[in-house]
Ligand binder design. Sequence first.
Ligand SMILES: NC(=O)c1ccc[n+]([C@@H]2O[C@H](COP(=O)([O-])OP(=O)(O)OC[C@H]3O[C@@H](n4cnc5c(N)ncnc54)[C@H](OP(=O)(O)O)[C@@H]3O)[C@@H](O)[C@H]2O)c1
Length: 242
Amino acid sequence: MTESNRIALVTGGSRGLGREIGRVLAKRGYSLVIGGRDRDALDRAVSDLSKDAPVVLPVAGDITDAQVRLRLIDAARQLGGLDVLVNNASELGPIGPLKSFDVPRLGRLFPVNVGAPLFLIQLALPLLSARTGLIVNITSDAATAAYPGWGPYGATKAALELLTRTLATELHDQGVSAVLVDPGDLRTRMHQEAFPGEDISDRPLPAVTVPFWAWLFDQNPDDVRGQRFAAQHEDARWMQRA
Ligand SMILES: NC(=O)c1ccc[n+]([C@@H]2O[C@H](COP(=O)([O-])OP(=O)(O)OC[C@H]3O[C@@H](n4cnc5c(N)ncnc54)[C@H](OP(=O)(O)O)[C@@H]3O)[C@@H](O)[C@H]2O)c1
């Protein structure tokens, strides 16, 4: 199915999972706004995604910068609106035991992984509301399981999960839906950072999640409101497309 004049914003769309989500949306005819700090990586993603997407607008900069967030939303407005907002950009932060965690570093992790998605949602709401839009917040199994060494990152994802569930109920009247997606272990830069020096070649590439995304973007946003999905879970709803 191809939609016309559909627009999606994917933070962290320059590589890894975000770029793969961008590919799925591009193949469905969406125009895209993609974000990330590394301009070269963004340019490479624009070349790749432009093979299918009608338009791809890159916005370079740190997601914690208010001006960058405004530019992301302005780019969507320039394209005509917003159907899908994917809050994918995230940082892992330091891995290690909480007893020796440098607590002030929470002052970086929470703004990136929780504050920026919420700011973006607030800015995007008028556009999303006009199109019965969908918010997709990317979470992790670290939000629900107590993995030694991953406490701060997991805490940010747990906070994002509660915000998302709350938003899903609060935004009902505005016709905007919000969902959580745990992509599962993926062979990306972030995953390599989580296992420094280890061979992660047994982890699948982000493309393993494509059947899930193809299924999700076929759904009426209202039907999935408030749900949490595990993209690599063998679920008949999307595995039959694999
Ligand atoms: N990989 C896994 O195994 C796994 C498992 C569970 C959940 N996840 C989640 O999946 C999502 C994507 O992760 P990934 O593995 O694809 O990571 P990745 O390959 O490291 O990609 C992260 C993306 O986010 C951007 N980004 C990071 N920090 C940013 C910032 N402060 N401002 C703007 N852009 C920023 C990066 O670009 P720049 O660095 O150029 O800014 C890049 O485009 C994350 O939410 C992660 O928590 C991943």
